[in-house]
Design a protein around this ligand. Structure first.
Ligand code: FES
Length: 560
């Protein structure tokens, strides 16, 4: 039965003084008759469309579908733009601006007469930024992601952007792919709008929006150009109007249990390591205590089921055809909190009870899991007292327990200058270490952590060695890469003390990352550490440097 609630927007329009009248007049100046909007829920459509963001470039069409759904359900849709962050274009890194986008979204919602909001997102940072902003604003909200692009195609071979792009580019670097072939790959890698079509950060965050209960079941994996993407957008438009009437806000949905569900799904899909940072930030916005230890505890009990690149073989199109996130959730339902409420108004268990799998090779049954543990391992030790992460499903099994001598790059710039040097003194046992790539050091916590394999080793057929940094890594990347080392080197974390030739032990099964240097010596090196000069002295950059938290806390601002 419909519940009658006082609409938030009535605080703008139904006021006796001049401004109530003038706001109605200004809305009518857009051509809306008074009978069209009076007394009806106004639904904001928060659109991160931009031609500087190929992943989200179709979202105006998606917005039209949302509007149809809103109108049909008796609401009034009003679309508004926000900052958009295109992963490949924004410098120095989109992560520097995630919090700015979250603030833009939050304040746009807070400041305008909307009763509910539909969040249109897709590319990596746009999904967590919109969720963070909407959680803080706490008006009814539903997420509609833009969906993955079509699978890449080159000479009859399917390609996943960007995992296969990285592999083919490495072949080009090693002289095994011509300039002409690389140009062909460039044209076939991304064949449509939509986000990267592997289980990178965008696909992961779209899946986690579903897992959190913030998107309609099945939304995450529908390809961007598929007509069913528009259909689910239309249904989401209808549902947000009902959510306004039910007063179903993010604060009712985002409980500790819902966050735990998202972590579990992240592990089962072999999600991007970036999801750790984003979920920590979302949890803090929701006032839920979630820590790296929760990720590790859940990782140890949730099997890895989704056979999609970069950790598996298939692409998001096949994942969608196999049944998508609802099937994953049904398969790990005993490990989830099935009673969590979602944007459907139903529970997680009710949403997925009829989800059928159409391809057990793409979404494995729990009894035939790809790995018995989840995708992300959380490491600790004297090199990362506040934690580090490793995507174990995309790493080399032979390097899961490894001790080797460090070769240190003091910065990303130094790494780029030296990595292709033919006489770089490295071998298959070397541990590459890169510093100054964290939230403050880089700045902005860029995706530099996938240190390219040294050319000298590629030419010898060595495709993976242990690489450690305080950076992030693209969700489309792979290899035995340790990331998010906290505290970062630029604030005097132990990573700052590593020197070329030191021995480092990585032990993923024991979750250990250890610098084999005597404690006294390590303390002496850290005591001599001098922090680098700040990158910014004004503007948003200064705000970022002054207030960003470390990776283990989600890199949100301390005042948000
Ligand atoms: Fe946008 Fe990969 S570049 S999701």
């Amino acid at each position: 039965m419909e519940k009658s609630i006082k609409l938030r927007s009535s605080g703008w329009f139904d006021t006796p003084e001049y401004y109530g009248f003038s706001r109605k007049a200004w809305l009518r100046s857009e051509g809306f008759g008074r009978h069209i909007f009076e007394g009806k829920p106004i639904i904001g459509i928060c659109n991160s469309w931009s031609e500087f963001n190929n992943c989200n470039v179709h979202l105006r069409q998606v917005a039209e579908a949302v509007k149809r759904g809103v109108w049909a359900a008796g609401g009034v849709p009003l679309e508004f733009p926000t900052i958009s962050l295109g992963e490949m274009f924004v410098r120095p890194t989109s992560m520097l601006l995630r919090n700015l986008m979250a603030m833009d979204v939050e304040e746009s919602i807070r400041g305008n007469p909307m009763d509910g909001v539909v969040l249109l997102c897709g590319c990596d940072k746009t999904t967590p930024a919109q969720i963070m902003g909407a959680v803080s604003a706490d008006v009814p909200a539903i997420v509609v992601t833009g969906g993955p692009m079509l699978s890449g195609l080159w000479r009859g071979r399917k390609l996943g952007a960007g995992s296969d792009g990285r592999k083919l580019f490495d072949l080009y670097r090693a002289g095994k792919l011509s300039e002409e072939e690389l140009c062909e790959v460039e044209g076939g890698l991304g064949r449509s709008a939509g986000h990267c079509t592997v289980m990178g950060t965008a696909s992961t965050m779209a899946g986690l929006a579903e897992a959190l209960g913030l998107a309609l079941p099945g939304c995450a994996a529908i390809p961007a150009p598929d007509s069913r993407r528009l259909e689910i957008a239309e249904r989401s438009g209808g549902r947000i109007v009902e959510m306004v009437r039910e007063d179903l806000r993010p604060s009712r949905i985002l409980t500790r249990e819902a966050l735990e569900n998202a972590v579990a799904v992240d592990m089962a899909i072999g999600g991007s390591t970036n999801a750790v940072v984003h979920l920590l930030a979302i949890a803090r916005r929701a006032g839920v205590r979630l820590t790296l230890d929760d990720f590790d505890a859940i990782s140890r009990r949730v099997p890895f089921l989704v056979n999609v690149k970069p950790s598996g073989e298939y692409l998001m199109e096949e994942f969608h055809a196999a049944g998508g996130v609802p099937v994953v959730m049904r398969r790990i339902l005993p490990l989830l909190h099935g009673g969590c409420i979602t944007v459907t108004g139903k529970t997680v268990a009710e949403n997925v009870e009829k989800a059928e799998c159409w391809n057990d090779e793409v979404i494995r049954p729990a009894g035939n899991a790809l790995q018995m543990e989840g995708g992300t391992a959380v490491l600790r030790g004297n090199l990362a007292p506040d934690g580090a992460v490793c995507k174990q499903t995309a790493a080399s099994p032979r390097l899961m327990r490894h001790t080797g001598r460090a070769f240190v790059f003091e910065s990303y710039k130094e790494m780029l200058a030296k990595i292709d040097s033919p006489d770089l003194p490295v071998d298959e046992n070397t541990v590459l270490v890169m510093k100054s790539c964290g939230p403050k050091g880089a700045p902005g916590f860029p995706e530099w952590g996938h240190i390219p394999m040294p050319k000298a080793l590629l030419e010898r057929g060595v495709n993976d060695i242990v690489r450690i940094s305080d950076a992030r890594m693209s969700g489309t990347s792979f290899g035995t890469v340790v990331l998010h080392v906290a505290p970062e080197s630029a604030v005097g974390g132990p990573l700052a003390a590593v020197r070329t030739g030191d021995e480092i032990t990585l032990d993923v099964p024991s979750r250990r990352l250890h610098l084999r240097v005597e404690e006294e010596e390590l303390n002496a090196r850290l005591a001599a550490f001098l922090p680098p000069p700040p990158h910014y002295h004004r503007g948003y950059g200064k705000l970022f440097l002054d207030h960003v938290t470390q990776a283990n806390l989600g890199c949100d601002f301390d005042f948000l």
